[in-house]
Structures are given as C-alpha cells and as structure tokens.
Design a protein around this ligand. Structure first.
Ligand code: AMP
Length: 435
C-alpha cells in the first residue's frame, strides 16, 4: 500500500525508516518531511493544517494508511476528518487526543478510573490558585491546561516560584493554553516513559525508554525537548511494566471506551516510579521525540502491520517483538538551543558516522541545499546506536558523534549515565526488555 506520514522531526525520520522497511509499503510520502525522510520516500510540501488538501492528496495517490507523528494535527482532528473521508489513519480522534490536549481532562479521567497520579486541583482564577499554593506549600507543580510546546510545566521549588508561574500563565504568557491551570502534588522518584498501542478495546505493551530533558551534562541547565534517550529503561522491570499495564494503561483504554471516545493509536505514558509504585505524570498521544528514535531500531515486528492491526481493532491477536539490544540516541543541537540559535551552518561527516557499527543518524532539523546539508533548527541530528549493553551502545553513538564535522553543534556527553551506572552494579538493562 501507499502510506502518508505527517511530521518533520527526528521522530518522523525514525518512523519513515521503519515504515519504508515494511514489505507492506509500496510508496511512502511525508508531509512536510525533512532530508532524512527524503531518503525513505518522497517529501510533499502540503500545509498540515489544511485537512482538505491532505484528503485530496490521499485520494490522488491512493493512500492506504496515514500515520500522524506529532500531537498538534491529532488534537486538531486530522484523524476524524480522514476517517470521515474513508481514509485509514493511525492516531487518536480529536476527542481521545484530549489525553494530551488537556491536562485537566487527563486528571479527571484518572480520578474517575482510580489511576495512580499526583493529587491535583484545577483553577481558572489566580487568587484561588495562589491560596491553594499557600495552603499546600512547596515544592509544588504548576501546569498550563493546554498544549504549550513543552513550556507549560513549572516544577516550583518555592512558593514564590509557583506564584510567578501562576502570574505568567494567568497574564496570558502561554496564550489560551494557560487560561486554566492544574496544580499538582510534587512526586519524587525516577522518571520513565512507557509506550503501548491501543485499538480502542485492547492494549498491547510496546517498550520503555528514558530521556534526558536538561540541556547540559549532569542533568543541569534549562529544559529542552530532549537531549538523548535509551531503551529499555532499566527501572521498569517486567513486574513494574505489568503493573503499569494493569493500573494505568488498561483502565485508561476502558474509561475512554466507556465514554464513547475509544483510543486508537500509541499511548505514551510519562511515569514517576515512586516508593508507592508507578504514577502517571502525563499522557502523550503519539510517540516521544527522541524516544521513538530508540524504539524503532529495537522493534523486530513490522510496524505497518502493527499499525494496521491497531486501526482495524485487531490487536487482541497481534504481538510485537523486540531485539534484545539496547538502543541509545544522542541529540546534536545548534549551540544556543534551547535559547535562540542561528540557522544555516554546514554539517559534514554523516557517512563516516553511519559507517560506525550499528549506528544510524536520524535527521531532525536539517535542510538540504544542493549538495550541502545545513542545520535548520534547535535539535538537528539524532545519532542512534544499538549495543549489547548501554555502555556499548553509548560508546558507538559517541564514536559516531566524534566524526561528525559540525563546529556549530553541541551534545551532552553523558547520555545514559544512570543506566550505565546500574550496569556497573551488575544489573543488566536487558532484563526489562519488552515482550
Ligand atoms: P511534562 O511536560 O508534563 O512531561 O512535565 C515536564 C517534567 O516536569 C516532567 O518530565 C517531570 O520531570 C516534571 N513533573 C511534571 N509533573 C510532576 C510532578 N507532579 N511531580 C514532580 N515532577 C513533575
């Protein structure tokens, strides 16, 4: 079949790489794509917000499956419009995408279904919110209700910080996303991401991952979209994964079905592994970026077949298999990111990087101009590797980074430190690999 992929980041290059390897895929188109997805198929310059244009394209190219990478088109109802036009699409409807589109929606769903999560309260009034902060004290977590491109969460270590965040959000600093604010109990523990497919009724566990959100070594510096990741996450043992399925994922799928808005697509649960067990921090309604870049190289199963089983509500009789190897990705970003940074610096050495054993370089923010590859964003490349241990995968990824010729770029030098330290303790990360 012909397949259309929506998106343009490193996540989409990883998806395009896996989709184009499927025997079910005749032709792959990516809207708008990047120079990496162009290696896997054709990029198409369409406006993702113009649903009618996307539908026309699907009809012209007899597209059999549309895969939506990022959250914004899901929350905007692209899957609803494609489905209404008779075109199969992987991803939740607008109603089910509220799991990511509204933090208050997810907190209410957790309360209703008894899903473990941080205690919370919702506010549309600043004075009431400040009174709640005064009552609860710090540390405390302030979240804008809506989509805020990763800027909507403030983990406040003092009441002053919490009040500053409330003032910023209620003054419209995040636009409509901050019109309602959720205030949460501060959770402590180790964070991990867990992924599952849901066909509306059945949920199928995928694999776990951990990422590094801070810009600099030692998990210091400002928050970013993610500077690196690895899979599996050693903290998520098979027993904990089963607990996540039983107490978080399956109740979510059942609650959305009961509401008449079944969830079809990939569920990405951001978890805190607390002393009292796993708790849900947040849901995302798509693959993580950069977590997707470490899941795809580990997936043995045909991704297109798995996505079709999800859309066709046949997950009950489906299984997803994984390579035992650990995958790790190092994000290379333009110096200055996540603040302001220049565009247009030239990148060389990618062929040499990919010649390192078991290394793949996914493009995130790059641009091809003639024969030159230029940086065209904050996060630019995802240098991804496989290895028998996190230490081996990490060595390969950094060997590849070392031969990339891009003086204007930087990366963290310690991706995977927590897992490498665990390996040093004799605990193999392979014991928590997916099915
Ligand atoms: P989010 O954008 O919701 O993923 O939140 C960003 C980060 O804020 C998370 O990855 C956590 O590190 C942190 N965070 C969010 N909620 C909480 C919470 N209730 N307790 C502690 N940390 C949190």
């Amino acid at each position: 079949m012909n397949i259309l992929l929506i998106g343009s980041g490193g996540r989409e290059h990883a998806l395009a790489w896996k989709i184009s390897a499927s025997p079910l895929c005749d032709a792959l188109y990516t809207v708008p794509g990047n120079p990496g997805t162009a290696q896997c198929g054709d990029n198409v310059a369409l406006d993702v917000t113009d649903h009618a244009a996307i539908i026309d394209f699907c009809r012209a190219k007899t597209i059999g499956l549309v895969v939506v990478g990022p959250e914004a088109p899901l929350v905007a109802g692209l899957v609803d419009d494609l489905t209404a036009a008779g075109i199969k699409a992987f991803g939740p409807t607008k109603a089910a995408a509220q799991l990511e589109g509204s933090k208050a929606f997810t907190k209410e769903l957790c309360a209703e279904a008894g899903i473990p999560t941080a205690a919370f309260a919702r506010f549309t009034d600043e004075a009431a919110a400040r009174a709640y902060v005064a009552e609860k004290g710090a540390p405390i977590v302030i979240k804008a209700d809506g989509l805020a491109a990763g800027k909507g969460v403030v983990v406040a270590m003092t009441a002053d910080e919490a009040n500053d965040a409330l003032a910023m959000m209620f003054a419209g600093g995040l636009g409509a996303a901050g019109a309602e604010v959720v205030i949460e109990e501060y959770l402590t523990g180790e964070e991990a991401s867990f992924f599952a497919f849901s066909d509306g009724t059945h949920a199928l566990p995928l694999a776990s991952a951990q990422d590094h959100k801070r810009a600099f070594d030692g998990d210091t510096g400002p928050n970013t979209g993610g500077m690196g990741a690895y899979s599996p996450a050693p903290v998520l043992t098979p027993a904990l994964e089963e607990e996540v399925m039983a107490r978080i994922i399956r109740p979510t799928v059942a609650a959305l079905k009961a509401r008449g808005t079944p969830y079809r697509g990939v569920l990405y649960a951001g978890l805190m592994i607390t002393a009292a067990g796993p708790k849900l921090i947040e849901y995302n309604v798509r693959f993580g970026d950069p977590e997707c870049q470490v899941l795809m190289p580990r997936m043995k199963t045909d991704l297109v077949a798995a996505m079709l089983a999800t859309v066709d509500e046949e997950l009950k009789s489906f299984d997803v298999r994984w390579w035992d190897e650990v995958a790790l990705t190092v994000v290379m970003a333009t110096k200055g990111y996540p603040g302001s940074y220049p565009r247009g610096s030239e990148i060389g050495g990618l062929d040499a990087a990919e010649a390192v054993e078991d290394v793949l370089v996914f493009h995130a923010g790059t641009k091809q101009v003639g024969s030159r590859l230029l940086a065209d964003g904050g996060r630019v490349l995802n240098v991804t590797s496989l290895g028998k241990s996190v230490a081996e995968a990490r060595r390969r990824a950094y060997d590849a980074v070392a031969v990339i010729d891009w003086p204007e770029g930087f990366c963290r030098t310690d991706i995977g430190w927590r897992a490498v330290a665990r390996e040093g303790n004799g605990k193999s990360p392979l014991t928590s690999a997916g099915s």
